[in-house]
Write a new protein. Structure first.
Length: 453
């Protein structure tokens, strides 16, 4: 990664201001598209547009895909449809689809109408029909495909023709006369079996494949499980549609992880550090308002308990411990479940077994934590047995409730097709705070009556 010093940036800006095109082109020619994209983030939009127009179409297309969504959108807004279409000609279909999906329908139609390669335009239109969160929405159509009945010389000839339009070759896919995927042809076989009569005699049969409607998270698990660099995508009857590469999957996994982390942190939408103050405030405020509402509810609960608090002030000292411990236990339990759902080690059908396991873990945690706080209060409050027992029993009950809630909520959200990462954030914390307080109030009230305090 290239680092841009203040002196270097000043030099670039001076070149732009003086409109020294040749010098600017020379500087850009030595830079990787990812570094050019990073440079654009250090410039204002007019300066970025000036440099962008100096790039050749192929480099410009690569730079465009390296930019983050907001910067790319801003750059595209100042371009003509025919210029965008000309650059799309240099993108793989999966990248072209990603770019076009960010535009509104009217812009899409206009850009597609300016793409010279009719076949590519048709492929893009076909791919746009798939849900972007499925294998079909992630796949590209650039791949080398050979027929199982071809001879090796004919296969090599066809491969050379197809490879001219490709940047990277991962696998050679073998199909039958109906375009159904039959196997893959390792490049080693081309060298070691130059005179074989037919491809089907040396191909590797039954390759790992995925259907077009498979969710992206399942695709990612297959890539990890089988250590793949590319995977073919087929329809319901096994016909080859396209391929997904590992870099596409990693990009999706990274974006999904970022979304889950932000959701778990109480952010209601996708934001970055360089987003505007308004955008970041808008993303943060919903859960903060919910937190205020829960605080008000907690104060109302305590209002009905004010006489006990006045009589036994020690009870108030343990409210933070009860709420905080319940929140921590709930977040821990939900984090384990969410992680298991994400990496495939836990499935919805294991609902009962996971709940049973968490109940046992909760029992152990609750017993240890309740015992610790009981011993502490026996030592620190030897004359107030009612408070000692109230706090210990309340903590035990709250830990049990939090363990169960932290397990049930993410599994339920997953079943309802809602992102379970929501369960690792403020939702669990606030729920445990309120319920924990209610448990504490009721148990303490009962014990105070029993022991006559």
């Amino acid at each position: 990664m290239k680092e841009f010093t203040s002196e270097y940036l000043d030099h670039i800006k001076e070149i732009i201001a003086d409109r020294h095109e040749e010098e600017a082109r020379t500087l850009l020619a030595d830079m990787h598209p990812a570094d050019i994209a990073e440079l654009y983030q250090e410039l204002d939009i007019e300066e970025a547009e000036y440099l962008y127009k100096l790039l050749d179409d192929e480099t410009a297309a690569d730079v465009l895909m390296e930019l983050d969504e907001d910067d790319r959108r801003q750059l595209l807004s100042g371009m003509q449809a025919e210029d965008i279409a000309r650059q799309i000609d240099h993108l793989d279909t999966d990248e072209a689809v990603d770019l076009i999906q960010e535009l509104d329908e009217e812009e899409r139609d206009e850009i597609l109408s300016h793409i010279d390669d009719v076949e590519q335009a048709g492929d893009i239109i076909d791919l746009l029909k798939y849900d972007e969160d499925t294998a079909g929405g992630l796949m590209g159509t650039e791949m080398i495909v050979v027929n199982e009945n071809w001879s090796m010389p004919e296969c090599i000839k066809q491969m050379r023709m197809q490879a001219e339009e490709m940047d990277e070759i991962y696998y050679v896919y073998v199909v039958d006369n109906d375009n159904r995927l039959r196997g893959i042809l390792p490049l080693k076989k081309l060298i070691t079996h130059p005179s074989v009569s037919k491809i089907k005699h040396v191909m590797e049969e039954d390759p790992v494949s995925v259907k077009a409607d498979t969710p992206i998270d399942e695709v990612a698990l297959d890539f990890e499980k089988y250590d793949l660099v590319a995977m073919p995508v087929v329809d319901s009857i096994g016909r080859l549609l396209g391929r997904i590469t590992v870099d596409d999957v990693m990009d999706e996994v990274r974006e999904s992880s970022e979304r889950d982390y932000q959701l778990a942190s109480g952010l209601s939408s996708d934001v970055d550090a360089d987003d505007s103050v308004f955008a970041q405030t808008k993303a943060r405020i919903p859960w903060l308002l919910i937190g205020i509402a829960s605080g008000i509810l907690a104060s109302l609960i305590l209002t009905g308990f004010e006489h006990q608090l006045e009589a036994v002030t020690a009870l108030a000292l343990f409210i933070p411990i009860i709420g905080g411990t319940g929140g921590n236990v709930g977040v821990q339990a939900s984090a384990i479940v969410v992680q298991g759902l994400a990496n495939g080690t836990l499935e919805i059908k294991q609902f009962a077994s996971q709940l049973g396991k968490e109940v046992l873990i909760g029992l152990l945690n609750a017993t240890v934590l309740g015992g610790v706080i009981f011993v502490y209060n026996i030592i620190m409050l030897p004359d107030d047995f009612a408070v000692t027992v109230s706090v210990a029993c309340s903590l035990w009950a709250v830990v049990m409730f939090a363990s169960i809630l932290g397990t049930i909520v993410p599994l339920t959200l997953e079943k309802l097709k809602i992102n379970p990462a929501l369960a690792t954030g403020p939702f669990i914390q606030i729920s445990n705070d309120i319920v924990g307080l209610i448990i504490y109030v009721n148990i303490a009230t009962w014990f105070l009556k029993v022991f006559g305090s």
